[in-house]
Design a protein around this ligand. Structure first.
Ligand SMILES: Cc1cc2nc3c(=O)[nH]c(=O)nc-3n(C[C@H](O)[C@H](O)[C@H](O)COP(=O)(O)OP(=O)(O)OC[C@H]3O[C@@H](n4cnc5c(N)ncnc54)[C@H](O)[C@@H]3O)c2cc1C
Length: 246
C-alpha cells in the first residue's frame, strides 16, 4: 500500500460485503392481510393472528400456486456496500426494486477495493453454460492478491493526480476499476427479493438451479438472513416450494 500523491487517502482492501437492513415494514401478517381481502373484505391484523396453522397453510398455498401479489405489500430497505461489478449485476433487477447509489460526480470516491480471500474459488473449468469453479493454486492466489493490489493503487493514484490538477471528479473517475466499493440503498418487497434470491443464490432446495457470481451471492445470503427473521412463514414456504418466486 502507498500514499496517494494528492492526499493522505490510503487504499484499503476488503474481501467481504456489507448488508444492513436499515428500514422495514414486513411481516407474514402483511401477506395474509392482502390475501384475505379476496374472501373476507377488510379485517383487523389481530384477527389474522388467531389461527396460526391456517395462516401457515394459506401462505404455503399462495406460494405453491404462485399467487404473487399478496407478497408485495411490504417493504425492506437495505444499505449495501460491495464492489461496483456486483452493483452492475444487481441493478439488472428492475421490477419491485428502488435504488439510490453514492455519486462519483458529487463526492470523491474512497479507495476501498475488492480482493478475494482464500475461500473464493479462482479457476473456472468447463464451457459456458456448463462449468464449475475450483480452488486456485497457491501461486494463483498470490498472483491475484499482488496484481490486484498493485493495479488498484496505480489506478487510485491516477485518479488523485487528476483531482489535484483540478480535473472534475466525474471525468477523473474513468480510471477507477470495477473492484472499487460503492454503496447504495436498495428497497424491495418479499416478492422481488424472492425473485432475486432464486437467481442470485445457489441452494440445495432450489428447483431451478442458478449459477450466480459468488460476490453477488454473498450479498444475497445476507439479505436472505435478514428477511428470514422478518417473515419466517413466507421464508419457509419459499424454501418448501423450491425457491421459485410466486
Ligand atoms: C447467472 C446469471 C447470469 C447472467 N448473465 C448475464 C449476461 O451474460 N448478460 C446479461 O446482459 N445479463 C445477464 N444476467 C442478467 C439477467 O439476464 C437478468 O437481467 C437479471 O437476472 C434480472 O432478472 P429479471 O429480468 O428476471 O429481473 P427483473 O428485472 O426484476 O424482472 C422481474 C420479472 O419481471 C418480468 N419483466 C421485467 N421486465 C420485463 C420486460 N421488459 N418484458 C417482459 N417481462 C419483464 C420478467 O418476468 C422478469 O423475470 C445474468 C443473470 C444471472 C442470474
Amino acid at each position: 500500500m502507498t500514499d496517494s500523491p494528492a492526499g493522505d487517502l490510503k487504499p484499503s482492501f476488503r474481501s467481504d460485503v456489507t448488508v444492513e437492513l436499515v428500514k422495514h415494514s414486513a411481516a407474514d401478517s402483511d401477506v395474509l392481510f392482502a390475501a384475505r381481502v379476496s374472501t373476507l373484505g377488510e379485517q383487523s391484523l389481530d384477527e389474522l393472528k388467531k389461527d396460526p396453522e391456517r395462516s401457515k397453510g394459506l401462505i404455503n398455498f399462495l406460494m405453491r400456486d404462485r399467487h404473487g401479489s399478496p407478497f408485495e405489500h411490504n417493504s425492506m430497505t437495505f444499505f449495501i456496500s460491495a464492489p461496483i461489478f456486483v452493483f452492475r449485476e444487481f441493478m439488472r433487477h428492475r421490477v419491485g426494486w428502488s435504488y439510490n447509489e453514492e455519486s462519483g460526480r458529487y463526492s470523491e470516491l474512497q479507495p476501498v477495493f475488492y480482493v478475494p480471500d482464500e475461500s473464493r474459488k479462482l479457476v473456472q473449468e468447463g464451457r459456458p453454460g456448463k462449468y464449475v469453479f475450483v480452488e486456485g493454486t497457491q501461486a494463483q492466489q498470490e498472483l491475484v492478491g499482488r496484481v490486484m493490489d498493485d493495479s488498484y493503487v496505480r489506478a487510485y493514484e491516477a485518479y488523485q493526480e487528476m483531482l489535484a490538477a483540478g480535473v472534475a471528479r466525474e471525468v477523473a473517475r474513468s480510471v477507477l476499476p470495477v473492484g472499487l466499493y460503492s454503496s447504495m440503498y436498495a428497497t424491495c418487497n418479499a416478492r422481488s427479493l424472492m425473485h432475486f434470491l432464486g437467481l442470485r443464490t445457489q441452494h440445495e432446495l432450489a428447483k431451478v438451479p442458478s449459477f450466480p457470481q459468488r460476490e453477488i451471492e454473498m450479498v444475497g445470503e445476507k439479505m436472505e438472513a435478514e428477511w428470514a427473521q422478518l417473515m419466517p412463514l413466507t421464508y419457509a414456504a419459499f424454501n418448501t416450494n423450491g425457491r421459485v418466486a410466486p
